[in-house]
Design a protein around this ligand. Structure first.
Ligand code: C2E
Ligand code: MG
Ligand code: MG
Ligand code: MG
Length: 287
């Protein structure tokens, strides 16, 4: 609750735990209303082919500015959403919103715009909701095909209820979607699940990428993940690609995709679309 605002002089006399609990409750109430009123937004960050630099997809990242103007960190409000159960409506909204955005991009483009959208699924959401029917309904209402979507799961989703998750993952694959393991390397250490589950992409956690050019241990970990993925027939995305040098190095190591501030920060939908839109007549004339 880094940015929760606690007001009133009495606060000074409350224990920190109480203040945190109260702030959290206030945040939950505001978040519930924001979800109901559809006042959350999605930001879109490009994921690029490291070899060519071409944008292959965008990751949809939830953004929330509350009634009082605070922009909350997703790490904070996703945690509150998970604790309160709000992750279920939030997660459904994210899938629907992403699908509507992609459908809008396609119609502006005059056909499939050539990129996928990646949506995050939380472990708690996967436990509590039936995700495949939600995705299926979003596809039906927009007319998009399942292969336009990637769903990002974390290792913690697999630890909690492996059988249920396996069922969900197979149902998502049957819809044609791509499945990515997010933040790979930071979670569960039993790797047996990697060969049992239909995972297409490993996303190498940012903590191994940041500073890897000056840290041989990090390079070793990245290499190990890349060869594991290759052996299992999976693609790889490096998170936290902040410099051209990192992009070059990761490409040379054989990593498939890169995502990070070097390419772009998470953007509003229109700005994201502008990165893939065909040049308009006007741009061509002024070029
Ligand atoms: P994530 O899925 O691993 O998303 C990548 C995070 O890394 C994003 O943080 C992104 O802004 C940040 N990032 C991207 N490139 C760079 C870089 O070059 N350097 C640095 N320092 N950071 C970079 P963000 O948007 O704050 O989201 C944090 C986390 O919140 C996400 O991590 C994801 O776990 C969760 N999250 C966000 N939106 C959703 C959502 O709709 N549903 C669920 N379940 N979780 C979400
Ligand atoms: Mg993610
Ligand atoms: Mg990640
Ligand atoms: Mg992360």
């Amino acid at each position: 609750v880094k940015r929760a605002k606690v007001s009133g002089r009495a606060e000074t006399y409350q224990t920190q735990d109480f203040a945190i609990a109260r702030a959290q409750f206030g945040m939950e109430t505001m978040l519930r209303r924001a979800i109901e009123d559809r006042r959350l937004r999605l930001a879109y960050q490009p994921i690029c082919d490291l070899a060519t630099g071409r944008i292959v997809s965008f990751e949809a990242l939830a953004r929330w500015t509350d009634d009082e103007g605070w922009a909350h960190s997703p790490t904070d409000f996703i945690a509150v959403a998970e604790e309160s159960g709000l992750i279920v409506p939030l997660g459904r909204w994210a899938i629907e919103e992403a699908a509507q955005t992609l459908a809008r991009w396609d119609s502006a483009y005059g056909g499939p715009c050539g990129v996928k959208l990646a949506v995050n699924l939380s472990a708690i959401q996967l436990q509590r909701d039936a995700i495949a029917p939600v995705v299926e309904a979003a596809l039906a209402s927009t007319g998009l095909s399942g292969d336009r979507f990637t769903l990002e799961l974390t290792e913690s989703a697999i630890v909690t209820d492996p059988d249920r998750i396996a069922g969900t993952m197979h149902a998502l694959k049957a819809l044609g979607t791509t499945l990515a393991m997010d933040d790979f390397g930071t979670g569960y250490s039993n790797l047996a699940y990697l060969q049992k589950l239909p995972i297409d992409v490993l996303k190498i956690d940012r903590s191994f990428v940041t500073g890897m050019l000056a840290d041989r241990d990090k390079v070793s970990i990245v290499r190990a993940i890349l060869s594991l993925a290759q052996a299992l027939g999976m693609k790889t995305t490096a998170e936290g690609v902040e410099t051209n040098e990192l992009a070059q190095t990761l490409a040379a190591l054989g990593c498939t995709f890169g995502q990070g501030y070097f390419y772009a920060r998470p953007l509003e939908a229109d700005a994201a679309y502008a990165m893939i839109a065909p040049a308009t007549m006007q741009e061509m004339v002024s070029a």
